[in-house]
Design a protein around this ligand. Structure first.
Ligand code: C2E
Ligand code: CA
Ligand code: CA
Length: 691
C-alpha cells in the first residue's frame, strides 16, 4: 500500500483507490513518518480543511489545519507521528449552530518493524455525541428527581438491584448501599412474588398492587409501576413503589362505613347480608341450624318524638350495646335502620333454644334504662325464622323473620312469633284487615258502649267509661281487644281515639241537654298517639265544639304514657289539668309506674287493674296488693276505681277498704247508648246493694 500511495503519477489502480477513498464517508489522510508531510488525502479530508484534495499532498499537518487548530491538536499529532496509536475528540465551532464533534484516529503504519507513516481517520461523531449527551442529561435529571420524590424508586437489571433512592431506603428500612446487588423480589411480600416475577419477565409496564416487607417485619401495601429502560449494558427496569397505606386505610374505612351503621357501629343491612351469607354456608356445610331474629322496639317512634332524636339515638345505642353484650361474639348483631335490629344465633339452636335465647334478649332489652335523666322502659317485639327450615338464603330468612315480626307487632306489644308458612297467608289476611279497619273509619262502623262506674258505698252512678266497638258488616260486634293493638301497630289508633273522644263528649252533652243528670264520661287514649299530638289543644277544641263542660270529662291513660317524666307528655298533662279535665291512670299495677311518678304527674284517679280484683278476697297476695294500692291512693288523695268487679265478695272487700268507686259486670256490662241512657235516667233511684 505504501508503494501505491507513494506513486506520484497515479495509475489506474491508484485512481480507483482514490475514487473509493473519496467516496468513503470518513476523512482519510496519510502522513509520512520521516518528513511528517501529507502523502495522501481523500476529498472529504481536504474539503474539511477548506482545500482541494491535490493541494494537501506535501503539506504538513500544521499547514493543512491552520495555526489555531494546530495549537489544539499538536501534542496528539506529534505522538501519532512518532508511532503511537492515538484517539482524540474535539469540538469544531460552527458559524451557525452548535459545534460539530469529531473524533480523530491516528494509526501507525509499520513495515518490517520500521515506522513508515501514520493513517489519519477523522469521523464526525456529532450525532452520537449529542445523543449520549442527551442520555447523560436525562440520567442526571432522573437522579435529581429520584432524590426529591417521596416515592421509592429502584432500578434493577434482571431483578438485581442496581440503585435506589432515599425513599426506597425509608420504605424498606434498608440502606440503599445494602440493597444494591440484592434481588428485588426478596423485599416483596411472598404472596406477590410470582406475579411480580411474571410481570417483570414479560416486560409489562402496567401498575399492580403488592406489599413489601419492611426490615422490622411489617407489611406495607404498595402500588408498583415499572418501565423498561434501554441502556448500553442491556435494558434495565426502573420501578416506582408507592406506599398505599393511607389509601388502604381510607378504603378500609369506606368499606367499614358501607357495611356498618354509623350510630351504633353495628353491621347494617349490607354488612349483615354478607356475614349471614358466610354463616349460612358454614351452617350448611356442617348441617347446623341458625335462628334469625328480627327485633323491633315497641313505640320507639313515640319516644323519639316526645324526648327528641338525641334521646332516641342514645336509646338505640343502649339497646345495641345490650344486644351485643348478651350474645357470644360469633353470633351476629345488626341494626337495619330505625329501631329494627337483627340477631342471628349461630350455635345450632333448636326452636326451643332459639325461643329461650330470644326471651333472654327480650328481658335484657326491657331492663329499665336511664337516658339523660329519664327512666325508660322499652319492650321489643320479635320474629324468628329458622335455617334451614324457613329459608335458605339471607334474603329469604330475613323476609320471613320480618313477616313473623310484623305479626308479633300486630298482636300487641312485647310479642315473640316464629315464622310458619301459614303466617304468610295470615299476613295477607292482616292486610285485608287493615284495609277493612280503614274502611270502618270512613264508613262510621264504630260505636260506643258505656259501662257504668258507681260509688262503692251507695251504688250511685258516678259516670260511664266509653268503650269502643266495631260493628263489622260480616262479623257483627267486634271487641276492642281484637283491633286496638292492631290499630296501634298500623297507625290507625289516632283516628279511632279522635272519633271516640268527640262522640263520647257529644253524647254526654246531648243527654245533659235532654235534662238527664250530668255524670262524668271516661275516655281511653292510647299511650302511643297521646304523645304524638297536642292532646290538650285537641281536647279543648272538642269540648268547645260539643259544649261539654271540662269537669265531666276524664281521660284514662295507661302507665306507659307516663314512662317519660319530662317533656311534652308532662306539659300536656298539666295543660289538660288546667282545662279542668280529670286524669285517670288505667290498669294500675300492671306497668312500671312508681309512687314517685304518680306524685310528679297531675293524676287525680287510679283504676286498679282487674287482674288484681279477679281473685280477691280468696288470694291473700292480691288482697294485700289491693289493700296497699287503696291506702296509697288515700295518702296521695287520689280517687280509686276498682275494675272488673264481678262478685259481691269483691265489692264487700273494696267497700271495707274504703275504695271509692267500682266498675264491673256486677254493676253492668258496657251498654249500648240507648241502654246507658236508661241507666242514667234511673240513676237517682238506682243503687247496688250487697245482699
Ligand atoms: P280497659 O280500659 O281496661 O277497659 C275495661 C275493659 O274491661 C273493657 O273491655 C270492659 O268491657 C272490661 N270489663 C269491664 N268490667 C268487667 C268485668 O267485670 N269483668 C271482665 N272480665 N271484664 C270487664 P273492652 O271493652 O273489651 O275493652 C278492652 C280494652 O280496649 C280497654 O281496656 C281499653 O284498653 C281498650 N279500649 C276500649 N275502648 C278504647 C278506645 O276508645 N280507645 C282506646 N285507645 N282504647 C280503648
Ligand atoms: Ca279504661
Ligand atoms: Ca282498665
Amino acid at each position: 500500500m505504501a508503494e501505491n500511495i507513494e506513486a506520484r503519477h497515479p495509475g489506474p489502480r491508484e485512481a480507483l483507490l482514490q475514487l473509493i477513498a473519496d467516496t468513503a464517508p470518513a476523512m482519510l489522510a496519510y502522513f509520512d513518518a520521516h518528513t511528517w508531510r501529507c502523502r495522501f488525502a481523500n476529498a472529504h479530508y481536504a474539503r474539511n480543511f477548506g482545500i482541494a484534495p491535490g493541494d494537501a499532498i506535501g503539506k504538513t499537518v500544521q499547514e493543512i489545519v491552520g495555526e489555531a487548530t494546530w495549537q489544539l491538536i499538536a501534542s496528539n499529532v506529534e505522538r501519532g507521528l512518532r508511532g503511537e496509536q492515538v484517539r482524540y475528540e474535539r469540538a469544531v465551532p460552527q458559524p451557525n449552530g452548535p459545534p460539530r464533534h469529531i473524533e480523530t484516529l491516528l494509526l501507525p503504519h509499520v513495515e518490517d518493524g520500521v515506522l513508515q507513516g501514520t493513517v489519519v481517520q477523522v469521523t464526525d461523531i456529532s450525532r452520537h455525541y449529542y445523543a449520549s449527551q442527551q442520555l447523560r442529561d436525562s440520567e442526571e435529571r432522573m437522579r435529581k428527581f429520584a432524590e426529591v420524590t417521596t416515592e421509592a424508586i429502584v432500578m434493577h437489571r434482571n431483578g438485581l438491584i442496581l440503585d435506589g433512592n432515599e425513599a426506597l431506603s425509608r420504605l424498606t428500612g434498608h440502606a440503599v448501599s445494602t440493597l444494591i446487588g440484592c434481588h428485588v423480589l426478596d423485599y416483596l411480600s411472598p404472596e406477590f412474588r410470582i406475579y411480580a416475577l411474571q410481570h417483570m419477565r414479560s416486560g409489562r409496564e402496567d401498575r399492580f398492587d403488592a406489599a413489601i416487607l419492611h426490615r422490622d417485619g411489617h407489611r406495607i401495601p404498595v402500588e408498583v409501576e415499572a418501565k423498561t429502560m434501554p441502556s448500553q449494558d442491556g435494558p434495565y427496569r426502573i420501578v416506582l413503589v408507592r406506599d398505599t397505606t393511607q389509601r388502604h386505610q381510607a378504603q378500609e374505612r369506606l368499606d367499614f362505613l358501607a357495611r356498618h351503621d354509623q350510630l351504633t357501629q353495628l353491621p347494617n343491612r349490607a354488612g349483615l347480608n354478607q356475614m349471614l351469607r358466610q354463616a349460612l354456608s358454614q351452617a350448611g356445610l356442617h348441617q347446623r341450624t341458625l335462628a334469625v331474629l328480627s327485633i323491633d322496639l315497641d313505640h320507639f317512634k313515640t319516644i323519639n318524638e316526645s324526648l327528641g332524636h338525641h334521646a332516641g339515638d342514645l336509646l338505640l345505642c343502649e339497646v345495641a350495646q345490650r344486644l351485643r353484650a348478651s350474645v357470644p361474639a360469633h353470633d351476629l348483631v345488626a341494626r337495619l335502620g330505625g329501631d329494627e335490629f337483627v340477631v342471628v344465633f349461630t350455635d345450632n339452636p333448636c326452636p326451643q333454644a332459639a325461643h329461650s335465647l330470644a326471651s333472654h334478649l327480650q328481658r335484657t332489652i326491657e331492663a329499665p334504662c336511664c337516658i339523660e335523666g329519664t327512666h325508660l322502659v322499652v319492650s321489643p317485639c320479635m320474629g324468628i325464622a329458622m335455617f334451614p327450615g324457613d329459608g335458605q338464603s339471607p334474603e329469604e330468612l330475613m323476609n320471613h323473620a320480618e313477616t313473623a315480626l310484623q305479626l308479633a307487632k300486630d298482636s300487641g306489644r312485647r310479642n315473640l312469633q316464629f315464622y310458619t308458612p301459614l303466617l304468610a297467608s295470615r299476613a295477607a289476611d292482616l292486610l285485608t284487615q287493615e284495609l277493612m279497619l280503614r274502611q270502618a273509619l270512613e264508613n262510621g262502623e264504630f260505636e260506643l258502649h258505656y259501662q257504668p262506674q258507681t260509688f262503692a258505698d251507695d251504688g250511685r252512678l258516678a259516670g260511664f267509661e266509653a268503650l269502643v266497638r266495631w260493628r263489622h258488616p260480616q262479623r257483627g260486634l267486634v271487641l276492642p281487644g281484637e283491633f286496638i293493638g292492631f290499630a296501634e301497630a298500623r297507625g290507625l289508633i289516632s283516628a279511632i281515639d279522635r272519633w271516640v273522644l268527640r262522640e263520647a263528649c257529644r253524647q254526654m252533652r246531648q243527654w245533659q241537654d235532654e235534662g238527664l243528670t250530668p255524670v262524668a264520661i271516661a275516655v281511653n287514649l292510647s299511650a302511643l298517639e297521646f304523645r304524638q299530638r297536642d292532646m290538650a289543644r285537641e281536647v279543648a277544641q272538642v269540648l268547645q265544639d260539643t259544649g261539654l263542660d271540662a269537669r265531666w270529662l276524664h281521660i284514662e291513660l295507661t302507665e306507659s304514657t307516663l314512662m317519660h317524666t319530662s317533656g311534652p307528655v308532662h306539659d300536656t298533662l298539666l295543660a289538660l289539668r288546667q282545662l279542668g279535665v280529670g286524669l285517670a291512670l288505667d290498669d294500675f299495677g300492671t306497668g312500671y309506674s312508681s309512687l314517685a311518678s304518680l306524685r310528679r304527674h297531675p293524676i287525680d284517679r287510679i283504676k286498679i287493674d282487674r287482674s288484681f280484683i279477679a281473685d280477691v278476697p280468696a288470694s291473700t297476695d292480691d288482697t294485700a296488693i289491693v289493700t296497699a294500692i287503696v291506702q296509697m291512693g288515700h295518702s296521695l288523695h287520689l280517687d280509686i276505681v276498682a275494675e272488673g268487679v264481678e262478685t259481691h265478695e269483691q265489692l264487700a272487700l273494696l267497700r271495707g277498704l274504703g275504695c271509692g268507686m267500682i266498675q264491673g259486670y256486677l254493676v253492668a256490662r258496657p251498654l249500648p247508648a240507648s241502654q246507658a241512657r236508661a241507666w242514667l235516667a234511673r240513676q237517682s233511684a238506682h243503687t247496688v246493694t250487697d245482699s
